[in-house]
Each structure stands twice: as structure tokens, then as C-alpha cells.
Design a protein around this ligand. Structure first.
Ligand SMILES: NC(=O)c1ccc[n+]([C@@H]2O[C@H](COP(=O)([O-])OP(=O)(O)OC[C@H]3O[C@@H](n4cnc5c(N)ncnc54)[C@H](OP(=O)(O)O)[C@@H]3O)[C@@H](O)[C@H]2O)c1
Length: 325
């Protein structure tokens, strides 16, 4: 007598294989987890935009490694909810919420003043906060919001913290960027996007600025024991899409998330290259680099233009009134 497997079982086995295979491919495409388990006891870290997304996962990991972490956020209620969750999970009580709105230079300066009163050392500065494709809007000083928060805000914050970073060396600065920098153009004649605003182009310009800032800062920090590198975290499922038209609708989100499911990483995976850049001993002397998937990648085009990096630095200094400090 021949035994035949009932048809529903075929469908079931096929379904399990497809779903399981899909998860394996997704996991592979999401990149490696950073395996190093080193503790960061007594190290002090600042993470901007730490209340959600990649910043929250980076903070969680640093807290588990026993670092003191300052969550630099604009919304104190959201920050406190994330902080409590992280303290509960990590059993590390040295995690603090401090107000820092990167769309206000006054708020950034107040944050730095408070930080310097409370801490004498800083070993890690993770410039993570970001806004993407928002409707045309401006910072308190009238700088287009994406350029103002993603680049200018972090430029000011970093410069105001350089003295304490140098005194705490070895120290590392990590700037979150994106591969959309490749499409970015620094608009020499309309840097503030006043004449012509296209949300995607403005985001790409700000992420290109993150790389140019990284390069020029690395030059200026040579020999100080402070390194600075830029990280592309991959495509990560976070709140960064909040301003994108299709994400405003439930059906739109469902459609994009289903089509892109295999390529979109969870935030914990998006945090891995940031942690690699912040901790890995092999990067002790690496500075001015662009890191993707725990590896150094060459940049091309405008991102490698040293003259442009110097020009952007000079303008950024002017827009933040840094030379008057
Ligand atoms: N997700 C991706 O696929 C992806 C890809 C490439 C690069 N990146 C980069 O990764 C970084 C983290 O993004 P994410 O994906 O984790 O996004 P997210 O979930 O939207 O988190 C962004 C964080 O930035 C904060 N932020 C926004 N405006 C701010 C301001 N004016 N002052 C202070 N904080 C502000 C947000 O605070 P609120 O919660 O209060 O708004 C939030 O905490 C960004 O620099 C982004 O450009 C992300």
C-alpha cells in the first residue's frame, strides 16, 4: 500500500520553507551583530535623538556595557519613557535625560553648559538625531530644518564639546549619515534651500554635509586622540519616515512595509555599525572614515571633496557664530 502525504501538508511545508527562508535572507541582508562584549564602565557617552529608533538601541547597548549615558533629546516626556525602559533592562542607573533641541542653538548651548557642570569627561559623542523629508520649515535661527538639525545643530554641539573630548582622550565622535549622500549636492548658491525646496534633495544635502563635516573635523583633530567617523546604518524601520506621504496612511505603510520587508532592518540591527564605530579596538586610530556594515567604505564624488569640506566648515562656523565663542 502506497502512503501519500495529504495535499494540505504540501502547502503547509511550502509555506514554512518560504517564510523560514525569507527570515534567513532578511537576517543575512540586515548585516552582522557586533559581537564584542567589552564593558565601558566609567566611560561617559552622549547620544542625540536617543528616545527612539537607532539612538534608543545604541543607548540601550551602551547602558548594558555600564557606560554613563546622557540622552540628549528634545522631548523630555518621550525621553523619560525610553530612559526608564533602558534603566530597567540594563540595571544601570547612570542613564540621564537632558533637554537638547538641535533646532535651537540656544538649547544646544544650554545643554552643553549643563553637561559641563555635571560631567568632567566625555568619551563618546554619538550624533544620531535626524529629521527626514519634512515639509519646508526652519530652526529658531532660520536655517532650513533638515540642514539645521542634521548638520548645523550637530556641528555646533560637537564644537562646543571638543575641549572636554580632547581632555578625555581617547575619545570618539560618530556622525550618522546615509547612503543618500551619494545623490546629495551642496548648493553653494542656495545652501539654505530658500529659493528651491525639495524635501528629498534637502535631506541628501544634509547627509552629505555629515560626511564633509566628518572629514574636515578629522583633519582638525589629528594628534589629539579624538577620532571622528561617519556611519550609514542601512535601511532601518524607525520613525524617520514620519514625514513621507505614503507613510501617513495605514494602507500605504502596509504596502511599503510588505514590499520592502526583506530589506528593512529592525532598529537593533541598525545600531550595530554605530556600536562597532564607537567601541571596536581595531578603529582606535581610524578617523575621517565612512563605515557601512562594520566595514570601512570609500566615498566618492562630492563626499571626497576636501575643498568643499573646508568651505562648508567656514559657512557652518559663521551660521553658528562659533568664531565669536
Ligand atoms: N532609519 C533609516 O533607515 C536611516 C537610514 C540612514 C540614516 N539614518 C540616520 O540615522 C539617524 C537616526 O534615525 P532613526 O532612523 O533612528 O530615526 P528616528 O526614529 O526618527 O529618530 C530620530 C531621533 O532624532 C530626534 N530629533 C529629531 N529632531 C530633533 C531635534 N530638533 N532635536 C533633537 N532631536 C531631534 C527624534 O526626536 P523625536 O522623537 O522627539 O522626534 C528622534 O529621537 C538619523 O540621523 C538618520 O538620518 C537612518
Amino acid at each position: 500500500m502506497r502512503f501519500s502525504v495529504p495535499k494540505p501538508f504540501h502547502y503547509y511545508a511550502l509555506g514554512v520553507t518560504v517564510v523560514g527562508g525569507g527570515y534567513l535572507i532578511k537576517d543575512y541582508l540586515g548585516g552582522d551583530m557586533y559581537k564584542n562584549q567589552d564593558k565601558l564602565t566609567n566611560k561617559v557617552a552622549i547620544v542625540t535623538g536617543a528616545n527612539t529608533g537607532i539612538g534608543r538601541e545604541v543607548t540601550r547597548n551602551l547602558a548594558k556595557r555600564e557606560a554613563k549615558v546622557i540622552m540628549a533629546c528634545r522631548d523630555m516626556d518621550k525621553c523619560e519613557i525610553a530612559r526608564r525602559e533602558i534603566v530597567f533592562e540594563s540595571k544601570n542607573k547612570y542613564v540621564y535625560c537632558r533637554k537638547c533641541d538641535l533646532a535651537s542653538q540656544e538649547s544646544i548651548r544650554a545643554f552643553v553648559d549643563q553637561f559641563k557642570k555635571e560631567h568632567s569627561e566625555l568619551h563618546l559623542l554619538i550624533n544620531n538625531a535626524g529629521v527626514m523629508r519634512c515639509p519646508k520649515s526652519y530652526t529658531k535661527e532660520g536655517i532650513e530644518l533638515q540642514f539645521g538639525v542634521n548638520h548645523i545643530g550637530h556641528f555646533l554641539l560637537t564644537n562646543l564639546l571638543l575641549d572636554v573630548l580632547k581632555d578625555s582622550a581617547p575619545a570618539r565622535i560618530i556622525n550618522l549619515t546615509s547612503n543618500v549622500h551619494k545623490r546629495g549636492k551642496i548648493k553653494l548658491k542656495d545652501l539654505n534651500n530658500d529659493k528651491d525646496y525639495e524635501p528629498g534633495a534637502a535631506y541628501a544635502q544634509s547627509k552629505l554635509a555629515n560626511i564633509l563635516f566628518t572629514k574636515e573635523l578629522a583633519n582638525k583633530l589629528k594628534g589629539t586622540g579624538v577620532t571622528v567617523n561617519a556611519v550609514y546604518p542601512g535601511i532601518v524601520r524607525t520613525d524617520i519616515t514620519r514625514h513621507m506621504g505614503i507613510y501617513q496612511y495605514y494602507l500605504g505603510r502596509l504596502l511599503v512595509n510588505s514590499i520592502m520587508w526583506i530589506f528593512i532592518k529592525p532598529p537593533i540591527k541598525g545600531a550595530q555599525t554605530v556600536l562597532f564605530a564607537a567601541i571596536d579596538p581595531s578603529l582606535e586610530d581610524v578617523t575621517g572614515a565612512y563605515l557601512v556594515n562594520n566595514k570601512i567604505k570609500e566615498v566618492t564624488g562630492e563626499a571626497g571633496d576636501d575643498r568643499l569640506a573646508k568651505w562648508l566648515w567656514a559657512v557652518s562656523e559663521k551660521w553658528t557664530k562659533l568664531n565669536y565663542v
